[in-house]
Design a protein around this ligand. Sequence first.
Ligand code: BGC
Length: 759
Amino acid sequence: MRPTADSSWIVLEEGYDSLLECSRAARFAISNGFLGVRGARAIHRGGRWVANSRTLVAGLFDTAGEEPAIPRLAVAPDWMKVRILLQGEPLIHHIEDATGQERILDMQRGAVIGRARLSNASASGVKLRSFHIASLSQRAIGMQIILLEMEQGAIEVTLEASIDAVDIGLLSDRAEHGLSVWRTESSGTRLAVATAVSLQIDRRLVPSTVCGLSQWSWKWTSSPGQVICLARTVAMTRAGKDDIDPARGAQEALESAQMMGWPAVVAAHERAWDNRWACSDVEVEGDPVAQQALRFALYHLNGAANPADEHVSIAARALTGDDYHGHVFWDTEIYLLPFYTLTWPQAARALLMYRFHTLSGARARAAAMGWQGALYAWESADTGAETCPSQVVGPDRKLVDVNCGKQEQHISADIAYAVWQYWRITGDDAFLREAGAEILLETARFWASRTTMESDGHCHIRGVIGPDEYHESIDDNAFTNVMARWNIRRAIETAALLRDRWPESWRRLSGQLKLDEAELQRWGEVAKAIATGFDSSTGLFEQFAGFFTLEDIDVAAYSGRSVPIDVVLGRERTQRSQVVKQADVVALLALLPAEFPGDAAAKNFEYYASRCGHGSSLSRAMHGIVAARLGDAETALDFFRKTSAIDLDDRHAAIEGGVHIASLGGIWMMAVLGFAGLSFGNDYLALAPTLPAAWKSLSFTVQWRSRYLKIRISEPTAIVHIAMEAGDPMKVLVNGEMFTLSRVEPLQVKIKTLAGAVS
Ligand code: BGC
């Protein structure tokens, strides 16, 4: 139960502050992509006391009997509840006691460790240590260990471990001692929970005195220095309405964990984390704050995915909180997939398969809106149907209409983008043939039907919302249109590829989609004619038609504000201005740099960065990537630091509802795609590094078509060192010069400067 000694692997918080408990519960959440457990304190006083240890289960969606019905992640039973009474009085977390209590997120081991000295109102005390995990090696399993050391003798101690299912909103299907099965009211999805609890006093196993269906309780009289160990293992399994009873799977998982014993379960979990860290760690020398931020991001990213489940994706707050109800956005494809594709292709594949399995929902949506092909839901849950609410409470506590569900359609191109990148980076042809091609073709078909050829000879896409959600019902959003064009072109390329390399697959797929040459040709014409808003005389993209005529507001003049800029200006004025909520043209520049010829990259960055209010946690990462690629490492570092602060700094109120997993993905992207300047071509990986002055070196690991590469960029000597741990020789482009890399000899390239260029 000792935390990792190296401070760059831990997040430590001391003392107790009831106002910060909910934020800490999100920051200290543990997850394995199936179970997510918020990091509340081990000892509870009452049912809903301050912050409970809420558990979320991926894919367990329910609708709450409301109109319109919005699916939300249901809350699973709280399996970690513990109550301790000394002489009949509960233990208290004393607010003034700053040193006696600490909570540690041990990121290396994927565990939360708590230490405290707690006493009751009459000052009888215990020393407490707690430890819990959501097993990364056996995702059904959660484990909680609590060690107590009694300070006084002759105290009557009551210890109660229970599973709290009060008000969770699930229907009970079955309840036995240590086993319960629950069902969601709307979807009929079931959840089985099997639990085993044991208590040892001075290494002697003691049976519980009260043993309810979901309650275990012990009562004894203490002796000084007595040591008590409570060990609880839970196994949870989810099953669809028509699947077999999940109870059996939960019981089997529990039995196998019990046979292993908790030390072995913990050891297997730690080995699984070691493996994830070996594939994904990023090391920075010279900047401990950045190092911790990177590890924090990687910890949550590695805990958010489950490569074994193709029917769930990662929500905007992963499994760490209730904000956005567990819904999946473009966050996954644009901010998370780069990390998974390059460090954990199996997880990336499962996430993309989720989109493949929800393709019929996307087709139905396009058809319902009068278009063809597949229009993915802006907010997606279990079926692929649109789950975006039509109204929410705005930052000024007033109800505001939400049009994103109808108009934020770039999601379809974002998914196509992630599919293509995944295929190109991994070379997973089977995925392309069996799932990816269909997504590319159906999204392209949507775009082709979504555009209208008008009298000016251009194809227009009217009435959308781009990533900058401050402006609604706009025409020809540059991000949407250029991504749509790119989507169509990649689909045409995919069709040609399938026809040449896998004619049988092409015959099957084109037959199934009723896709013929004439339609492909039409797509090509649409792509050629799409309006993009690019003005070659200024080098600027106009964010949407008419944007440049809007009021130009100096965003910097509002830098002291403590609320988003649309609250300061009011919704209407914001909509009439050039103030941008989040990276829009800048996001396009980060994703498709080749669309910005000559000095257009620098010009667009300069224009749009100064008009951005960063009203979304997603925004700064895109700016950081672009700033680094443009060679401005210090500006990029500023974006990196501000993004890191979102979840690690208590000043950001919105963390209570869960960590911002997209911005955590953005932290990795800034390091690898920004500072290291990693990109790729048809048959090579490219690096164009630009390190901030404080970073003495940057090291990371990526996978490229079944090859494992370890890359280190060191600042004082300006050397790029690349070692290949597995795989065949490949080409690597370093600052514009091509090299061949093989396993026999690592590549060492001395570069003139670390200031890279956009590649
Ligand atoms: C952002 C979206 C994002 C969503 C979920 C919104 O505030 O504007 O871009 O997808 O949050 O993270």
